[in-house]
Design a protein around this ligand. Structure first.
Ligand code: ASP
Length: 440
């Protein structure tokens, strides 16, 4: 029996009064859904505005002394139409007036952006008859704008300790001096995770407009299979390679606290979605692979040096050069007297000449340095391949049958993923070959 569920609803789930009604019926289906974290209203249709985007527009106009009447009018209308459609009693006009005045008098960028969630939370709390808890009271940021994890846990759990059902707006918190601060875009997911941890939830439900994760990008594979269960570690590997539904930073608080996250679809409330957990549930048969994700736009720096293997500290010196230029490396397969470092091309390009010259100095005429760009990287991820023979053989045979040349191989140290580098022009064909080999 589940005791306590925290729900987070994304912008498209809160875009209109009709969506608010769906949210209420979802809550009524399961009375243990006792906390709700809303985003700001999102798009109702293609080409519509997201309230948060409009708030940034207002801030930018106000900060250059220009009028905000036009974009703020759109924001006002969005909230008024929800309030009217649901026959709410709350004086949302007054709240809107205060937000408009705040933007005009030059309140900070984060304060302005956060009002989308704040106003949405007020409407939702009124609609549900739940307590409204301002996130500025419970989510604490350091002076440099980073989240204070321990203070947040302490304050938020105290604020919510009475066990009363509550609405806590997503996306923002405040520094100890009261100044409002936001997470990066999509950050309401993080608020949901922090609330889940603070109340010790059994499940963190993240309601959006898709029924969870897919095994591959639907723009490449037609109707890919859905992922019903995945571990946090697998998801981290996939989302790093571009599979995104959830904000990356939303995984850590719940992962560490052992709380599963369930991705659900507000428009299909009976679909079980994807369950993300620390250890996948006992399964009758674990699929060999859980998902495939990849990206174009990588460059490999190939370094060869005689006797590299016996030169203590060579790798460190190469990485120190990258560090100096603020370039983070993605993969680093090594041979005996060679190594290659894979980096994102756009982080290397501005410094490429100096970086290569510096590495050549390290090689000191006893080898060579070469650069190959236009590399795509594809990660095939699956807890099912740990201690399982033959997965790599199947993967590479499938690629060879499709006549794809493998330019780099890296097996993640966790044995949870096999990473291949191919020419960008082979990117889609590689995903097809791997997907059809393992999924059919
Ligand atoms: N409203 C914010 C954004 O659009 C935060 C969120 O929706 O999670 O990025």
């Amino acid at each position: 029996m589940l005791e306590c569920i925290v729900t987070k609803f994304g912008g498209s789930s809160l875009a209109s009064d009709e969506q608010f009604r769906k949210v209420r019926s979802i809550l009524e289906l399961e009375p243990t859904r006792r906390y709700l974290v809303p985003s700001a209203p999102g798009k109702r249709f293609d080409g519509d505005d997201k309230v948060t985007d409009l708030l940034y527009v207002c801030y930018n106009l106000a900060s250059t002394g220009k009028p905000i009447a036009e974009p703020f009018g759109k924001i006002r209308e969005r909230y008024l139409s929800i309030a009217r459609g649901l026959h709410l009693k709350i004086d949302i006009e007054r709240e809107l007036d205060q937000v408009e005045a705040g933007i005009r008098i030059g309140k900070g960028r984060d304060w302005c952006a956060s009002r989308g969630e704040y106003l949405c939370g007020l409407l939702m709390a009124d609609y549900l008859g739940w307590r409204f808890v301002d996130a500025a009271e419970g989510i604490v940021f350091h002076d440099d704008g980073r989240l204070s994890d321990s203070k947040t846990q302490e304050k938020l759990s105290r604020l919510l300790s009475d066990g009363q059902s509550a609405v806590i707006p997503g996306f923002y918190g405040a520094k100890e001096n009261g100044e409002v601060c936001t997470f990066s875009r999509g950050g309401s997911d993080i608020t949901g995770a922090l609330v889940s941890r603070a109340v010790g939830a059994d499940v963190y439900e993240n309601w959006t407009d898709v029924s969870g994760f897919l095994m591959a990008d639907p723009r490449i594979i037609d109707g890919p299979a859905e992922i019903s269960s995945i571990t946090y570690k697998e998801l981290r590997e996939l989302s790093h390679m571009g599979a995104s539904v959830l904000h990356e930073d939303a995984m850590f608080p719940v992962h560490r606290a052992g709380i599963p996250t369930n991705i659900r679809n507000t428009n299909k409330p009976y679909h079980p979605g994807t369950m993300i957990s620390r250890n996948a549930p006992q399964e009758v048969s674990v699929p060999t692979i859980t998902g495939i994700a990849g990206h174009k736009g990588y460059t490999v720096i190939n370094i060869e040096k005689n006797m590299m293997n016996s030169e203590v500290g060579f790798g460190r010196k190469v990485l120190a050069v990258l560090e100096e230029y603020g370039i983070s490396f993605e993969h680093m397969p090594t041979g005996i007297d060679s190594m290659c470092v894979v980096v994102k091309s756009d982080s290397l390009i501005p410094h490429q000449e100096e970086v290569i010259r510096r590495i050549e100095e390290l090689v000191d005429g006893q080898g060579s340095v070469s650069v190959m760009d236009q590399l795509a990287i594809i990660a095939t991820v699956g807890r099912g391949m740990v201690h399982n023979c033959g997965t790599a053989a199947r993967l590479f045979s499938a690629m060879s049958r499709a006549r794809i040349n493998v330019r780099m191989i890296d097996q993640g140290s966790s044995e949870l993923s096999i990473i291949v580098g191919v020419n960008e022009s082979d990117f889609e064909a590689t995903i097809h070959a791997i997907y059809h080999e393992f999924v059919g």
